[in-house]
Design a protein around this ligand. Structure first.
Ligand code: CU
Length: 286
């Protein structure tokens, strides 16, 4: 008994230390990101919902188990009961898990169906994977460009470059031409590849899609918050796989139209000015 008390005491001290240290742990994020799109938020809430169900089941099952082990231990002189088969209990423990599974399957299927429904898009973007860069084409608009690793990252990554990677801002996570997208717009993506299988992934959007040569995969997004969202190729595609980041910059629809108009004209300065105004808006909003 003394040993149990000692262990419980130590557990309490460890827990207290953890609570004291918790501000330091605030940065230590274990959970998935909530993201900035309707899909990512749906996925996140689904994840939390199922997580809580699992926690409750875990507490009940382990609680009952530990209680039984301690309460009915041989050392207390408990005699084992002799019984077998109970139709009532069997019906209960079949029906309860069935209901729990259904309660998880319904919202999960609804979310999946919604993720695959690419209808009703306001605009379309074609994404093509290359070894080792991305190509973006705004369908119905005369705008298309490659997006490759930013020059400073590309220089620093080389053996013997003499550049300390930690001194490079967003090392391996910045590109020369970001994919500019409007917020609060339903955007359909057509995804394919020019050579091998790549995978286009931005965690904040809540999904990842393979780009397969000869096939067109479809998906969609609606970004609800302006900002810069970084991702990467998520399918091992060869030597340069680690050097083809994805950077999405979401701006207000008006700014997007300004940027698009400038881009069509080939007016690089005006395009950059539109994006600068967009980040100015973001600062002002804060
Ligand atoms: Cu890759």
């Amino acid at each position: 008994m003394n040993r149990i008390k000692r262990l419980a005491g130590r557990g309490a001290i460890a827990l207290a230390l953890l609570v004291i240290a918790s501000p330091a742990l605030a940065e230590w994020v274990l959970n998935m990101p909530e993201g900035v799109t309707s899909t990512s938020r749906e996925v996140y809430s689904l994840h939390m919902q199922i997580f809580y169900i699992v926690v409750v089941i875990g507490v009940l099952v382990f609680g009952a188990m530990i209680f039984s082990i301690v309460r009915h231990r041989k050392a207390r002189g408990v005699k084992p009961a002799q019984f077998h088969h109970s139709t009532g209990v069997e019906i209960v423990w079949t029906i309860i898990p069935f209901l729990i599974l259904v309660s998880m399957a319904v919202p999960a299927s609804t979310t999946l169906i919604d993720m695959y429904d690419t209808s009703g898009a306001d605009m379309r973007v074609k994404v093509t994977g290359y070894q080792w860069k991305w190509h973006y084409k705004y369908m119905d608009e005369d705008v298309a460009f490659y997006s490759t690793l930013a020059t400073d990252s590309n220089y620093a990554r080389r053996l013997g470059s003499g550049v300390d990677p930690t001194s490079v801002e967003n090392y391996l996570r910045e590109v020369d031409n970001r994919l500019i997208l409007p917020t609060n717009t339903r955007i359909k993506f057509l995804m394919t590849s020019n050579d091998v299988i790549h995978s286009w992934w931005v965690p904040e959007l809540g999904w990842k899609k393979d780009t397969v040569p000869g096939y067109i995969n479809e998906t969609w997004t609606e970004i609800q918050e302006p900002g810069v969202y970084r991702g990467k190729c998520a399918e091992l595609c060869g030597r340069g796989h680690g050097f083809m980041p994805v950077v999405v910059e979401a701006v207000e629809p008006e700014r997007f139209q300004e940027w698009l108009a400038a881009k069509k004209e080939g007016d690089t300065a005006a395009a950059k000015a539109a994006l600068d105004r967009a980040s100015g808006d973001a600062v002002a909003r804060r």
